[in-house]
Write a protein that binds this ligand. Structure first.
Ligand code: NAP
Length: 247
């Protein structure tokens, strides 16, 4: 895959899957804007890894659930790189609890970051992409958005919403040479899953035919393909990257 001359914005790229995606796009030759929420040190580490690939980089603090932050971030990426060819809506959070005990605030926080944040970035960036007559949008869903999970009604709703939004936007944008796809990772080793109890992890691992948790790079490689020229005729799809978990 060759992304030389392309410019990308990856939200939540300081750590975990987002970092691996930023590095994979940089390795393929794309200039990369690295968004983060609060952990500046991690975002700078991602920047170093991307810069080592010889591409232009930019680090931007922005809360994707805040429209003003998103506007300022997207303007900065456009001003620095001249365009945005690739948007990866990766920023995400969990606030797990069984439904009967879940607060309205915990429900809305997860929806606002995972679903509204993806909507805001996708809406703003697609306006640029329509003018460019080119774009690749990749949204991070989850195996939980496809199948549900006890303790995650907020997260499952946000990730199922991402799928509906992906398919709808794909239909709206296909004629403008813009593809919109989602990836649905299974259990991937990152800070997000580090908090899961050993017992729950063992139960999950036993449901993964591949017999192991995924690595952030397993997801990043698929995202890089979806961001490439080669994936031009693929839109509105949800690609599971889960070691067979959802089969
Ligand atoms: P992670 O390690 O917890 O990293 C999350 C990243 O998102 C961090 O860089 C964080 O920024 C950023 N972020 C959080 N809230 C944000 C906000 N409001 N605005 C901007 N950035 C924000 O998570 P991960 O495991 O890599 O997950 C990445 C994506 O994959 C998420 O959408 C997640 O739902 C999805 N996913 C993960 C798994 C898994 O097993 N790990 C499975 C399925 C789907 P800071 O570093 O500044 O805090």
């Amino acid at each position: 895959m060759n992304l030389t001359g392309r410019s990308a914005l990856v939200t939540g790229a300081g750590r975990g899957i987002g970092r691996a995606i930023a590095v994979a796009l940089a390795k393929a030759g794309a200039d990369v804007a690295i968004n983060y929420a609060g952990n500046e040190a991690a975002a700078k580490e991602t920047e170093t890894l991307c810069a080592e690939c010889g591409v232009k980089t930019l680090v931007i603090k922005a809360d994707v659930s805040n429209a003003e932050d998103c506007r300022a971030m997207i303007d900065q990426v456009k001003d620095t790189f001249g365009k945005i060819d690739i948007l990866v809506n990766n920023a995400g959070i969990t606030k797990d609890k069984l439904m009967i005990g879940m607060s309205e605030a915990d429900f809305m926080d997860v929806i606002n970051t995972n679903l509204k944040g993806s909507f805001l970035c996708m809406q703003m960036v697609s306006k640029l992409m329509i003018k460019q007559r080119y774009g690749r949008i990749i949204n991070l869903s989850s195996v939980v958005g496809l199948h549900g999970n006890a303790g995650q009604v907020n997260y499952a709703a946000s990730k199922a919403g991402v799928i509906g939004m992906t398919k709808s936007a794909a239909k709206e944008l296909a004629s403008r040479n813009i593809t919109v796809n989602a990836v649905a990772p299974g259990m991937i080793d990152t800070d997000m899953t580090a908090v899961i109890s050993d017992k729950a992890k063992e139960a999950m691992l036993s449901s993964i035919p591949a017999g192991r948790a995924g690595k952030p790079e397993d997801v990043a490689n698929v995202v890089a393909f979806l961001a490439s020229e080669e994936a031009a005729y693929m839109t509105g799809q949800v690609v599971s990257v889960d070691g067979g978990m959802g089969v």
